[in-house]
Design a protein around this ligand. Structure first.
Ligand code: FMN
Length: 491
């Protein structure tokens, strides 16, 4: 029998701890965002469709992007228990300098389109958080403007080598003079990818006012107010030529760029050089042989070659081949701090975020970028504590199993047929069921040089296939994650 009593007003008062209402609408909005996907939802509400789609979209069927995100969701973590990690150190030494967190901001073109503060918001937020900021060749703030926004933090410059080489070289010299310490040479854009959303939206640079854009603007007056009352939206370093972004890229990019250009850039650039957009082991080896300081495994956020390899799947083999000799970094698909932790565990030294930063920017300018960084920081910290590690160096392949739904048919057949693939190959992967390789266990001296590999009949995809084969064995026993959030870009 339940014993009843009259309500005690003192007890009731104790329960009634109403929070002071937050009167600042932007703060209220951003505080309510707990994940990067929450920021994306706010961004979508607040940004005109063409600008949001330019950011959110990818090439063709957007398969590369959704697969990359899915690959991060399809991981399994293996925590250690009773390993006290009351404090975690998330800092890392990267390309000759510090970063307070294991990620930086990736280069993005036409950033002020998303929200008028653009690169200034990104660079100042990065500076405040102690992480590097990368300015794109196609940026909408000048090199000097970014330096002013992030005067004592680390600024990196991303270079597209254009048909008119002198334009590119002059930009690189200017960035070096302004104290940018690292150059990212992007190599995955010989031509522009087919961004179908831009085509369908009739998106052009500069944005054109059509009946459609005006109707779409009605519920988003603040974006138009910003657009119309702040300096003209244009590429700070290149003059706008009209047409779609793809058409502009096509006129600015050069499909003949080669290792010769890399050699010239090396002469011009005094700091660190990394090549962005590397997508197989063979190229990684060749680039490191050519003397680059680092590589970024990336498929440009799925905006170039659709169905390109998933960078996160390439990671273990690339780290094994070149991880001792160069800095291996990764981007594409990172939407959660756990994605970053998994990448570091599999040997990436650093990660870059593109859209995660832009969603924050669209959701609330500088404060929104701060929120992006805060969300990722919290997720990284919590994931590390739950895994029982207190430094990034303690993260190892044994902490992560990569599960996959996509396996080359030949590999799957071989696996199903119980061929020779099994034991030796399985021991050579990140599968927790076999011995985990240490991060970058072998020096590259042991790896075949590209020419030798070719002579031996190796094809560039061979190493990836090895990962996929062993992943196939994992996938056979693993229950894939049920979430289909990776398809969110189509939302
Ligand atoms: C809107 C947008 C613009 C981009 N512009 C550039 C660019 O100018 N140069 C470049 O090297 N990469 C560019 N990227 C690619 C990013 O640097 C990065 O590789 C990609 O966004 C990573 O994937 P994520 O968005 O899933 O994080 C762009 C990406 C987006 C989303």
């Amino acid at each position: 029998m339940v014993q009843r009593q009259l309500p005690n007003p003192v007890e009731l008062l104790e329960l009634m701890k109403f929070k002071k209402p937050e009167l600042n609408g932007k703060k209220r909005r951003l505080d309510a965002a707990l994940t990067i996907y929450d920021l994306r939802a706010i961004a979508k509400r607040r940004t005109p469709k063409a600008a949001f789609d330019y950011t959110d979209g990818a090439a063709e069927g957007e398969l590369s992007l959704s697969r990359a995100r899915q690959a991060f969701e399809d991981i399994e973590f293996h925590p250690g228990v009773l390993r006290p990690a009351p404090e975690v150190d998330m800092s890392v030494e990267i390309l000759g300098g510090p970063s307070a967190l294991p990620f930086g901001i990736a280069p993005t073109g036409f950033t002020r389109l998303m929200q008028t503060e653009g690169e200034v918001a990104g660079a100042s937020a990065a500076g405040a958080a102690g992480i590097p900021f990368t300015l794109s060749t196609l940026g909408t703030t000048s090199i000097e403007g970014v330096k002013a926004a992030n005067p004592s933090g680390r600024n990196w410059f991303q270079l597209y080598v254009m048909r008119d080489r002198e334009i590119s070289y002059a930009l690189a010299r200017r960035a070096a003079e302004a104290g940018f310490d690292t150059l990212q040479f992007t190599v995955d854009t010989p031509v522009a990818g087919a961004r179908l959303r831009d085509k369908r939206n009739g998106f052009s640079i500069p944005p054109q006012l059509t009946v459609g854009t005006i109707v779409n603007a009605i519920p988003r007056p603040w974006w138009w107010y910003d657009f119309l009352t702040t300096p003209k939206l244009e590429f700070a370093s290149l003059s706008a030529t009209g047409g779609t972004v793809g058409e502009l890229l096509n006129s600015a990019m050069d499909p003949t760029i080669s290792y010769d250009d890399l050699a010239v850039i090396r002469d011009i650039w005094p700091g660190k050089i990394v090549v962005k957009g590397v997508q197989n082991v063979e190229d990684s080896v060749r680039l490191v042989d050519a003397g680059v300081d680092g590589i970024i495994l990336s498929n440009h956020g799925g905006r170039q070659l659709d169905r390109a390899p998933i960078p996160f799947h390439l990671l273990p083999n690339v780290v094994r081949e070149v991880g001792k000799d160069a800095t291996v970094m990764i981007d594409t698909g990172i939407m959660n701090g756990a994605d970053i932790v998994a990448s570091i565990a599999l040997g990436a030294k650093f990660t870059l975020i593109g859209r995660a930063y832009l969603y924050g920017l669209m959701a609330g300018g500088r404060a929104g970028v701060d929120r992006t960084i805060e969300i990722l920081r919290t997720e990284i910290e919590r994931t590390m504590k739950l895994l029982g590690v207190s430094t990034l160096a303690e993260l190892e392949p044994k902490h992560v199993t990569q599960l996959t739904r996509l396996v080359p048919l030949a590999a799957a057949r071989a696996e199903a047929g119980g061929s020779r693939v099994s034991a030796a190959r399985r021991a050579d992967t990140t599968d927790a069921s076999g011995p985990a390789p240490a991060k970058a266990t072998a020096t590259r001296a042991k790896s075949p040089k590209p020419a030798a590999a070719k002579a031996a009949g190796a094809n560039p995809a061979a190493s990836e296939a090895t990962t996929a084969k062993s992943a196939a064995s994992t996938a056979a026993t693993a229950k894939p994650a049920g979430s289909s959030r990776g398809a969110g870009t189509k939302a």
